[in-house]
Design a protein around this ligand. Structure first.
Ligand code: G1P
Length: 291
C-alpha cells in the first residue's frame, strides 16, 4: 500500500567533521554496513520497493553503493568473501532507486518537497538515515504502515526524551487515543528550553499523505530560517488529522558521536555477531590476526 520511501540525504553532516568532509554522512558504517542501508532494509521490510533519494553535491557514493560493482564482484567471485555481499545484493534486487538533487539546503520540509517528482501523488514514508532504528519484531516503518492502514493519515514516530533534550527535536502534544497513539494538537520545531509542549520528540520516521506537498509549498521559513516539515504537519493536523506513534524498538542518534558509538556497540552485539556468515568470516579473520 505504501510503496515509496523518501530519504533526504543532502545534508552536510557537520557534527561528524572531518569524517564527513568528503564522505556522505549516510555512508558512515555502523559495524560493516552504511547507515542508509539500514534505513533501506527497514523500508523493504515494511513492504516498500521504491527508494527515492534526495541527494546533493558530493553524494555519488550513495548511488554507487546501491548499484553493481562488476570489478569488485569479479575479483571476489568464488571466494568466501562473496557472502559479505549477500545482503546488499538482496537490497539492490528488491528495490528501485531513484535520485534527485537538492540544489540548495533550505530545511527538511524543502528536501521533502524536492522529492515530490519521485514520489508522485501517493502516501509515502520518510526516513532520516541518521536516526537508526532497530527492533526485534517489526521494524518502526512496518509498525507505522499497519497504523496507516487503519487511520489513513500522516503519522510521525515519537519517543519520550529527557526534558533537557527537547530543544533538539520537533516536539508534539496531543490527546492519547489508544495505547501509544496520539492525535497531534500541537507541534513545535526545536522549542526553546522550558517551552516544549511535552517530552514526546519526533524521530526520523514519517508517513505522509501527498497533500503535504502543497502544505509545504505554503509554509514560510521557520526555526533557523528553514522550511520545516514540522510546521507543514501542524497545518495538516489542524485541518485534518496527524497521528504521533510511540514506536517499539531502539533508536540511536547516529548524527552524534555518542549515539553513533552506542549504535555500533548495539549492532555489533545484537546483529553482527548473530549473523552466521559474517561471524564465520570474522572468526577466520581473528584467527589469522592471532597467528
Ligand atoms: C529533524 C526534524 C525534527 C526531528 C529530527 C529527528 O531535525 O526537523 O523535527 O525531531 O529531525 O531526528 P534535524 O535533526 O535534522 O535538525
Amino acid at each position: 500500500m505504501i510503496k515509496k520511501c523518501l530519504f533526504p540525504a543532502a545534508g552536510y553532516g557537520t557534527r561528524f567533521l572531518p569524517a564527513t568532509k568528503s564522505m556522505p554522512k549516510e555512508m558512515m558504517p555502523v559495524v560493516n554496513k552504511p547507515l542508509i542501508e539500514y534505513g533501506v532494509e527497514e523500508a523493504i521490510d515494511a513492504g516498500m520497493d521504491g527508494m527515492c533519494i534526495v541527494t546533493g553535491r558530493g553524494k555519488h557514493s550513495i548511488m554507487d553503493h546501491f548499484d553493481k560493482n562488476y570489478e569488485l564482484e569479479h575479483q571476489i567471485s568464488g571466494t568466501n568473501k562473496e557472502e559479505l555481499l549477500v545482503d546488499i545484493r538482496e537490497v539492490i534486487d528488491s528495490a528501485n532507486f531513484t535520485y534527485i538533487r537538492q540544489r540548495e539546503m533550505k530545511g527538511l520540509g524543502h528536501a521533502i518537497l524536492t522529492g515530490r517528482e519521485l514520489v508522485g501523488d501517493e502516501p509515502f514514508a520518510v526516513v532520516l538515515a541518521d536516526d537508526l532504528c532497530v527492533n526485534e519484531g517489526d521494524g518502526v516503518l512496518a509498525q507505522m504502515v499497519s497504523l496507516f492502514k487503519q487511520f489513513r493519515c500522516s503519522i510521525v514516530a515519537v519517543q519520550e526524551v529527557p526534558e533537557d533534550e527537547t530543544h533538539k527535536y520537533g516536539v508534539i502534544s496531543g490527546e492519547m487515543i489508544k495505547d501509544n497513539i496520539f492525535r497531534v494538537e500541537d507541534m513545535v520545531e526545536k522549542p526553546e528550553k522550558g517551552k516544549a509542549p511535552s517530552n514526546l520528540a519526533i524521530i526520523g520516521r514519517y508517513i505522509l499523505t501527498p497533500d503535504i506537498f502543497e502544505l509545504i509549498e505554503g509554509t514560510e521559513p521557520g526555526k533557523g530560517g528553514e522550511i520545516q516539515i514540522t510546521d507543514a504537519l501542524l497545518k495538516q493536523a489542524k485541518s485534518g488529522c496527524v497521528l504521533a506513534y510511540k514506536f517499539k524498538g531502539h533508536r540511536f542518534d547516529c548524527g552524534s558521536v555518542e549515539g553513533y558509538i552506542e549504535a555500533t556497540n548495539y549492532c555489533y552485539e545484537n546483529l553482527y555477531l548473530k549473523d552466521d556468515k559474517v561471524s564465520t568470516l570474522g572468526k577466520q579473520a581473528t584467527q589469522k590476526s592471532q597467528k
